[in-house]
Design a protein around this ligand. Structure first.
Ligand code: ADP
Ligand code: MG
Length: 340
């Protein structure tokens, strides 16, 4: 049985504000879809419409062959949609034990299933613990266990890591990734965090002011963004003026190969790691000055001012670059995206 999720033409207004404008999202069964967008772009509203907690003005939603809602008046109540949900604040009931929380929504006395899902999220034996005695990461996993307990066809997560501090967030995110992959459940999760969307999403849908800018796998989004805004939203970027002459464009950093052949003036999207810095040698002439060096351990980000006045972000692997160095900048990346 196919249990993929499909939302088609979702439109929603709150008063005069158009919050969702014809949003399409299609999630193959067993995969994870990240809806990525800035705060206020309509992510939570979209998730609430899928869950049946909000009604769309128009559009339809299905899980496999089951129509959740459509423009002809079909409406499946939230509790019949086969969805598990984890929202931002976890909503773990503080007055109930961990076991009681997970039991909630299951047929009475199904302690075997409670034990099973607690085991699955790494909280085996935690049944009688009180939420007040757990860490943020553990609470988050209780909420996940409760959502997974009834064996939902689809799991919905709304910014599930935003209440965790940075170090914990990365760890819990990896745990969650492993769990979702193991459970094989179709998942739709929303986040404003590009890194989170890339790590967890098989597919990423980029939402801006209620409109889908692009839907693609993370690699495609990063290397072939649909427009300049999306390019900048999914990663650090240099936007360079260029003049295209077919497969390449002439820019401040030399000839850059293009994803799509073009002619004339355009803006070329160059990621910081697609540039390299060489120290002055007999064979190259320095054409830029290093202004800021930020050391990240795994790499180093340099702010460089080209002699033409253009500022460039350059990510380098070695850590020998110093502020004030004279360097030669060159392009070492693959085909770049460009927009007229
Ligand atoms: P996100 O989750 O991406 O931050 P939301 O879906 O929460 O965005 O909100 C999108 C827009 O809709 C915002 O401008 C928000 O103020 C507005 N909005 C959300 N819910 C309501 C509501 N119940 N009534 C009126 N406006 C709302
Ligand atoms: Mg939200």
């Amino acid at each position: 049985m196919d249990l993929g999720v499909s939302l088609v033409g979702i439109t929603k207004r709150f008063g005069d504000t158009l919050v969702l404008d014809g949003v399409d999202v299609s999630v193959p069964q067993g995969s994870t879809c990240a809806v990525l967008g800035p705060s206020g772009s309509g992510k939570t509203t979209l998730l609430r419409i899928l869950a049946g907690l909000e009604r769309a003005d128009s559009g339809s939603g299905t899980i496999g062959d089951t129509i959740l809602f459509d423009d002809r008046g079909t409406w499946l109540a939230p509790e019949h949609r086969g969805l598990g949900m984890v929202f931002q604040d976890y909503a773990v009931f503080p007055h109930m034990t961990v076991g009681g929380n997970v039991q909630y929504g299951l047929p009475k006395g199904n302690t075997a299933r409670v034990a099973e899902v607690l085991e699955m999220v790494g909280l085996g034996g935690f049944e009688s613990r009180r939420p007040g005695t757990l860490s943020g990461g553990q609470l988050q996993r209780v909420a996940l266990a409760r959502a997974l307990a009834p064996n939902p066809a689809v799991l919905l997560l709304d910014e599930p890591f935003s209440n965790l501090d940075v170090a914990l967030r990365v760890r819990v995110r990896s745990d969650m990734h492993r769990l979702l992959t193991a459970a094989g459940v179709t998942t739709v999760f929303v986040t404003h965090d590009q890194e989170e969307a890339f790590v967890l999403g098989d597919l990423v849908v980029v939402l801006r002011e209620g409109r889908v800018m692009q839907a693609a796998d993370p690699h495609t989004l990063y290397h072939e963004p649909a427009d300049v805004w999306t390019a900048g939203f999914v990663g650090e970027v240099n936007l360079l003026d260029g003049v295209a002459h077919g497969s390449h464009a002439a820019t401040t950093v030399g000839e850059v190969p293009l994803c799509v052949s073009a002619f004339g003036e355009l803006t070329v999207v160059i990621r910081p790691e697609a540039l390299s810095l060489a120290a002055l040698t007999a064979t190259n002439a320095a054409d830029a000055t290093v202004e800021v060096v930020e050391f990240y351990g795994h790499d180093t980000m340099c702010d460089v001012v080209h002699d033409s006045g253009v500022r460039l972000k350059v990510r380098v692997r070695e850590h020998s670059t110093r502020r004030g160095d004279r360097v030669a900048v060159s392009y070492i990346g693959g085909p770049a995206a460009a927009f007229a």
